[in-house]
Design a protein around this ligand. Structure first.
Ligand SMILES: Nc1ncnc2c1ncn2[C@@H]1O[C@H](COP(=O)(O)OP(=O)(O)OP(=O)(O)O)[C@@H](O)[C@H]1O
Ligand SMILES: [Mg+2]
Length: 326
């Protein structure tokens, strides 16, 4: 599949602080790519570099084959960006904000297109409302509309649904899929892992400026086991017996539970037997499907551990201070 965005050895340093990279990443035509990572990981920095808002310290970025620095005009036209921060002129109405943005790109916003956007973003009845009078979620929806007026080939959504209510979040998801089906390539950051799980074709996990993994969502979930077993203990334990660590188990809930992903039929039985043998009979046993959130927590824990300490990282993944929640 053709690459729409090619990020090559891109790094960013603020003063002496190395915020990003070097990062290599290709975004494929027509995919929804979710870039996930904790606060401060470098997601907005990377997106800003691709969108031409920030200059990389090293490396190059190409969008549709054009360099984002040298061919700035072309790449800017190809990209739509929904920024993380709400930043628009409060004196414009919703319609004016959209028309002004279209004008900025030299596009005439046809009535039909305006209505489509307003409908998709559920802002039809706010068409003439001043943007200052919009609620937080409505402002975010207007930002999405602004990013779409010039029908960009690549759309960057930096936490598009932060503060958006559940119902509208779902309707935005379906609109994002519609855009993808029409050929728009979409790069999304989100702290709602359920959102990435729902939408993404591929996932990238970034932490402290480093890409830890880039993989098809389905493959990533499969690789981490399709099912999760949780043994709730009668009291917290400080460390797992080696036999359980060997089986891929880790502690969760501050040591009050043992969690393990099933990779084969034998795992669950072996874990139950090992827990009993170690004098840790479970008070309760739950199984459920592995979610992207489980995988994310584990990847970050492994990323924080020194190289080669995979097993220890797994054991610590759910422990106190692992701080894997996005
Ligand atoms: N203009 C700047 N000057 C100095 N440091 C910056 C600047 N912009 C970002 N940083 C730092 O770079 C790192 C990455 O920030 P970035 O905004 O890319 O994170 P993020 O992954 O988008 O986080 P979040 O999930 O909170 O939005 C952070 O440590 C941040 O403090
Ligand atoms: Mg950010």
């Amino acid at each position: 599949m053709a690459s729409v965005v090619e990020i090559h050895r891109v790094s960013k340093t603020f003063g002496t602080f190395a915020a990003l990279g070097p990062v290599d990443l290709e975004i494929r035509a027509g995919e929804i790519f979710a870039l996930l990572g904790p606060n401060g990981a470098g997601k907005t920095t990377l997106i800003s570099i691709v969108a031409g808002l920030l200059r990389a310290t090293t490396g190059t970025v190409r969008v549709l084959g054009k360099d984002v620095v040298r061919d700035y005009r072309d790449t800017r036209r190809a990209i739509g960006l929904v920024p993380q921060e709400i930043n628009f002129d409060p004196f414009f109405s919703v319609e004016e904000a959209l028309r002004f943005q279209a004008g900025y790109f030299g596009v005439r916003l046809a009535e039909e297109r305006l209505l489509e956007l307003l409908t998709a973003l559920d802002l039809l009845d706010k068409r003439h409302t001043g943007s200052r009078a919009l609620s937080g979620g409505m402002k975010r929806r207007l930002l999405i509309g602004k990013a779409l007026v010039h029908e960009p080939k690549v759309l960057f959504l930096d936490e598009p649904t932060a503060g958006v209510d559940v119902e509208l979040r779902r309707s935005l998801w379906s609109y994002v899929r519609t855009l993808r089906d029409r050929g728009t390539t979409i790069v999304l950051t989100t702290h709602y892992l359920e959102e990435a799980e729902e939408l993404a074709d591929r996932i990238g996990v970034i932490d402290r400026g480093r890409l830890l993994v880039v993989e098809e969502k389905e493959a990533l979930l499969r690789r981490h086991g399709a099912k999760l077993l949780r043994l709730v203990l009668s009291g917290p334990v400080a460390a797992l017996p080696p036999e359980l660590v060997r089986l891929g188990a880790r502690l969760d809930e501050g040591g009050g539970a043992i969690v393990v992903e099933a990779t084969g039929d034998a795992t669950f039985g072996a874990v139950l037997a090992a827990a009993a043998a170690a004098g840790l009979p479970p008070k309760d046993v739950e199984t459920r499907r592995t979610t992207l959130e489980d995988v994310f927590v584990q990847l970050l824990a492994e990323g924080h551990a020194p190289a080669g300490a995979g097993a220890a990282a797994r054991a610590a993944a759910g422990g106190p201070g692992a701080g894997g929640r996005p």
